[in-house]
Design a protein around this ligand. Sequence first.
Ligand code: SF4
Length: 163
Amino acid sequence: MRYHNITKDDMLNGDGLRVVLWVSGCSHCCKGCHNPITWDPNGGLAFDGEAKEEIFAELAKDYISGITLSGGDPLYFGNRSDVLRFVRELKGKFPEKTVWLYTGFVWETISGLEIMDYIDVLVDGEFQEGQKNTQLYWRGSANQRVINVPASRAEGKLVLHCR
Ligand code: SF4
């Protein structure tokens, strides 16, 4: 997997203060995408041990609530196995920190992925320019949903994350 950036003390992509990993690779091609530079899976930098340690150092800080995986799409097919390995290791080291994941795929098609065992909140769906709304928390268009993953899996129906 490759990535474009690791941003710190982010307040816009999930609850609290977060570290955000912006991965490379996305096949959704949403019209009006804010980050088309991340579509190329070969763009950016290799997600190596150094990048991982940079993230773990952030998560070790008490005031950091967790990590958000964005991009690009962390669930781009070429990213899935690396993302699974990464979130598994991360949750092993920092079980108290939350993991948010943004994807262009919808919940109904990805809810069974093993990756979801390690995700607390999923923001799903492609960005749809016609439904763009800048007043929404954590999402760009009204079709996207902010999903409480553990509750949705436990109850067998969609449970939204409340602010
Ligand atoms: S899923 Fe996200 S990164 Fe991918 S094209 Fe759509 S808005 Fe852009």
